[in-house]
Design a protein around this ligand. Structure first.
Ligand SMILES: [Fe+2]
Ligand SMILES: [Fe+2]
Length: 140
């Protein structure tokens, strides 16, 4: 499969989240071209990157009492659990599951950004707007 390039339709409008997603996709694309010998180190680095992206989103969801937190968290956990299997595998010289995962991940990421991450950001922006309106109306 071809690499999936970053494009404007993946922007959600929150710099910190967008930067993290952009980096994530770039790393994934690079990893798919990497030699087997580079996979252990690079996959471990990518796992850290994902954990950080997921951690920030989940902290935000908790702060917002986000209604779909369980479903969103499950999607993160599913991907991370796959990584926690393939990282030790590549360390042992087994690459086939990692290569399969790297083929599927860019599509997963794009779908995740465009659906669940987007829903979260929209909810957050709406909550911010509502709290501004409440603050304004309380001033009046
Ligand atoms: Fe995300
Ligand atoms: Fe997410």
């Amino acid at each position: 499969m071809e690499n999936i390039a970053w494009s404007e339709d993946l922007l959600l409008g929150v710099d910190e989240i967008d930067r993290s997603h952009q980096l994530f996709l770039a790393q994934l694309n690079q990893l798919r071209l990497a030699a087997d010998s580079d996979l252990p180190e690079k996959l471990a680095a990518l796992t850290k990157e994902m954990e950080s992206d997921f951690f920030h989103e989940e902290a935000l969801m908790e702060k917002l009492n986000y209604p779909d937190i369980k479903m969103h968290r499950e999607q993160h956990a599913m991907v991370l659990s796959a990584f926690h299997i393939i990282v030790p595998e590549v360390m042992q010289g087994k690459f086939s599951n990692a290569r399969n995962a790297l083929e599927l991940l860019p599509q997963w990421l794009v779908m995740h950004i465009k659906t669940v991450d987007k829903a979260l950001v929209l909810f957050w922006l709406q909550a911010k707007k509502n709290s501004c309106q409440t603050a304004v109306s309380m001033e009046i």
